[in-house]
Write a protein that binds this ligand. Structure first.
Ligand SMILES: [Zn+2]
Length: 247
């Protein structure tokens, strides 16, 4: 699933359309059913921003389009005049020079309400790690760290992959309770994630230490890495039992 850094990268690519009036269409019937193309056709695109795992496209006349990619959705941007698309995008936004297409939804809607209930975006310039820690302290302290850090209402942008990586770097077990982890450790982990995700937005990707590496050796100590379901069913935590002992 795309995480906050992927969404920021997509927002960056879509900037070439900002300031332009767009022709919009929805070749895909499911895309058409969202009503998005009809609502934005002929309007000027004023801004595109990533907020957590949401992408918000603001058009003149206070029309806001929200895109959430979950597992399957994606965006493509290319110059006008390329070969015909194979398949039917949910949304095509076309300016005289650029063409942006959204594929497979699965969430493409008008209005930004769900994105307003998010915690601070970890990658936003104004977000400070200590403010996020303060927010984490206001939730139930018996919650597992591995669940709280992917709760988008507390802090937006972290998904499974970055969760596993940041906890390994900070030597925190995914099964530690919030109350058993110090402010300094949480701030350090968030600071590391912010730095690494920002580097990823800029195209510098680091090798994964633990994510999807269960059964292989820990890059730090050589112990066999573990994987186990954490919280809701489709979430798996990856960790090193030696570097990240349960507290
Ligand atoms: Zn280890």
């Amino acid at each position: 699933m795309p995480e906050g850094d992927s969404l920021h990268r997509i927002a960056g690519r879509l900037q070439v359309l900002v300031g332009e009036r767009v022709d919009a269409e929805s070749p895909n019937p499911r895309g058409l059913a969202t009503g998005v193309a009809r609502a934005v056709d002929g309007r000027m695109l004023q801004s595109v921003e990533a907020v957590g795992k949401h992408l918000l496209l603001r058009f003149e006349g206070n029309v806001v389009v929200r895109s959430h990619l979950r597992m399957s959705g994606r965006w493509r941007v290319r110059k006008v005049g390329g070969p015909p698309w194979r398949g039917a995008p949910w949304l095509v936004l076309r300016t005289p020079r650029w063409e942006a297409t959204q594929w497979n939804g699965p969430v493409l809607s008008l209005g930004d309400t769900p994105a307003r209930n998010l915690g601070p975006d970890l990658l936003a310039p104004e977000t400070v790690a200590h403010d996020v820690v303060a927010r984490l302290r206001r939730t139930d302290q018996s919650r597992l760290v591995g669940e709280a850090l992917v709760d988008q209402r507390l802090v937006a942008g972290i998904g499974n992959m970055w969760l596993s990586e940041l906890l390994w770097h900070a030597r925190i077990s995914p099964w530690s309770r919030l109350r058993d982890v110090s402010d300094e450790a949480l701030a350090g982990a968030l600071g590391w994630a912010r730095g690494s995700m920002t580097a990823s937005v800029e195209g510098r990707r680091s090798a994964r230490a633990v994510y999807r590496r269960a059964g292989r050796g820990c890059p730090r100590c050589g112990e066999v890495l573990q994987a186990r379901g954490l919280g809701d069913a489709n979430r798996t935590a990856y960790w090193c039992p030696t570097c990240q002992p349960a507290t």
